[in-house]
Design a protein around this ligand. Structure first.
Ligand code: PMT
Length: 399
């Protein structure tokens, strides 16, 4: 399932908050990803944004009035509610949340939520005082108690100019939340998958580190793919420029030793460990506690000590282990020998010589090598698609 949003019906309820400008981006990203987005707007939302904005983006009618003759809801007011795979109310004002909590249905958004059997996501957006008010908190708790997913709000600058809790989540998080909901009965549901990402940093002194070119993209894509198939995902990662994926338990580390202890802890109850991280094989024997001075010498050497081989060391009853091998020569032979020495089920031989593959790219060229000796060379794929290819194999072994 390389694209969890393709041809899925998403009902997007937009209510009267300035945050509805962000819903335009959400509708756009959902549509670009192949989803069929039905937008429903409250009368207050139409004061912030013209329905034409959403219609131009989704290429579908926008429902603004339950009684309008041309409204699909006026013919069958549950049509959108019935065909939705997910209903998301974003932004959800305090007023709409209160109406939902009390089962009111007097506009297209509340009517659809009341009429649907699909999972409902509510993304609050309001002033911090309104959100923290006991009335709103009780309404939110009531919705949660009924199984609604409350996505956010985040803390930050609010329309009032104040800083506080009440900002609607950003598009990547809302997309992530929709994918979590769509994938919750996937083939990795009730499975724990641990993924490592990024390049470890081994400190020489407070300024310098031994590092490598890994950006974390491969590991993050894998974590998102596992999440989208219903897995409970822990991502052990070194510092990267990437945003934490929604719905993933992110554990930040720097060195190989820190990664080792985080992974040992996470794997104690895991079903699979997939290591996309580029772990330094060596670290400085000592880390200076002050910045080392250049001195007069033209050369400088550092004593190194071997890091533990994390993947070889970790084992567990029924734990599926997948490794990566970034190679610039003898790709398959080197990968095969790592598969054996680390006791893996599968190794992903990663060609790092092509410009569209390996470190920092959004795509990858890999060959999967399994413990039965089978090799499968995959075409150029996005890292997210590579993630799914790996997870197809993991899910098969787990099944
Ligand atoms: O992060 P990106 O920019 O997207 O780049 C992705 C990537 C190129 C880093 C990734 O696709 C990749 O190939 N990762 C493996 C890097 C590597 O070469 O690993 P290795 O051959 O040194 O180690 C083999 C396996 O053992 C790896 O799964 C590694 O995580 C693991 N290992 C290595 C050393 C060590 N001390 N402990 C380990 O567990």
């Amino acid at each position: 399932m390389p694209n969890p949003l393709e041809n899925r019906h998403i009902a997007l309820g937009v209510t009267g908050s300035i945050a509805c400008y962000k819903s335009v981006d959400l509708a756009s990203k959902l549509t670009q990803a192949g989803a069929l987005v039905d937008v429903l707007m409250t009368p207050e939302a139409t004061k912030f944004l013209a329905p034409l904005t959403f219609r131009s983006i989704t290429h579908r009618p926008v429902i603004t009035d339950i009684f309008a003759p041309e409204s699909e809801l006026s013919i069958n007011h549950v049509a959108v509610a019935e065909r939705a795979d997910v209903v998301i109310v974003a932004p959800a004002t305090a007023n709409t949340i209160a109406k939902l909590a009390h089962g009111l249905a007097d506009d297209p958004v509340t009517t659809t939520v009341l009429a649907t059997r699909a999972p409902v996501i509510v993304a609050p957006a309001m002033d911090a005082n309104m959100y923290e008010n006991a009335a709103t908190q009780q309404n939110v708790a009531a919705l949660q108690g009924r199984g609604y997913i409350i996505a956010g709000p985040a803390s930050g600058r609010l329309a009032s100019g104040l800083i506080g809790l009440g900002r609607m989540l950003e598009t990547p998080d809302l997309l992530g939340c929709i994918k979590v909901v769509l994938g919750r009965d996937g083939d990795l549901a009730n499975r724990k998958v641990v993924v490592s990402a990024g390049g470890t940093q081994e400190p020489i002194d407070p300024v310098r580190v031994i590092a490598n070119h890994s950006t974390g993209k491969m590991g993050y894509a894998l974590a998102e793919a596992a999440r989208d198939r219903g897995a409970d995902v822990s991502l052990v990662t070194t510092p990267t420029a990437l945003e934490d994926p929604y719905g993933v338990n992110v554990i930040k580390v720097r060195t190989a030793l820190e990664m080792r202890s985080a992974l040992l802890h996470q794997c104690s109850n895991a079903d699979a460990l997939i290591m996309a991280a580029a772990v330094a094989d060596w670290r400085p024997t000592e880390t200076a506690d002050h910045k080392l001075k250049k001195g007069d010498s033209d050369t400088w050497s550092i004593d190194l000590v071997k890091n533990p081989d994390i993947l070889a060391e970790i084992s567990g009853e029924g734990l599926i282990k997948v490794g990566f091998a970034a190679e610039s020569e003898d790709l398959i032979a080197n990968a095969q020998s790592k598969l054996v020495s680390k006791g893996l089920h599968l190794i992903v031989a990663n060609n790092i010589t092509a410009p569209d593959s390996g470190f920092g790219t959004d795509t990858n060229r890999v060959t999967l090598v399994d413990r039965e000796g089978r090799t499968t060379e995959l075409p150029l794929l996005t890292k997210y698609e590579v993630g799914h290819e790996i997870l197809d194999r993991v899910a098969k072994v787990l099944a």
